[in-house]
Design a protein around this ligand. Structure first.
Ligand code: FES
Length: 123
């Protein structure tokens, strides 16, 4: 911090902005609707893309769910050992969205997805 007395604060209209104007920043989810690639979703597991969970319970069978836990609304944060896990209170969901372990009692909300070539897209 430099503060010199006697030096007037000069207002300059050429002062660089702290951050560039943020007009065309893309949202977290791709605008094209492509969530992920089929090859990125392991069979018997899944991936979390933003607020969507994409699973592949069996080869070629892809399912989509909201990543919002039906217990208190946390975002599930892992797909491991065949379940979709919520970090908040330990709920686990099966790859078909049903509850594997409480305290959640309701299945994850399904999200319509479809396979478009190599891509998995929001339907
Ligand atoms: Fe997910 Fe409570 S919000 S277990």
């Amino acid at each position: 911090m430099r503060q010199r007395s006697g030096e007037p604060a000069v207002a300059s209209d050429t002062t660089p902005a702290a951050a560039p104007p943020n007009t065309t920043e893309p949202p977290a989810a791709p605008q094209s609707g492509v969530l992920t690639k089929t090859s990125d979703v392991p069979v018997g597991s899944g991936v979390i893309v933003g607020d969507v969970v994409v699973t592949q319970p069996s080869a070629g069978d892809f399912k989509g769910f909201s990543a919002k836990c039906t217990h208190k609304g946390c975002t599930v944060n892992a797909v491991a050992n065949g379940t979709i896990d919520c970090p908040c209170h330990g709920s686990k969901f099966n790859l078909d969205g049903t509850v594997a372990n409480g305290p959640a009692t309701e299945p994850l909300e399904p999200k319509a997805i479809s396979v478009d070539g190599q891509d998995i897209v929001l339907a």
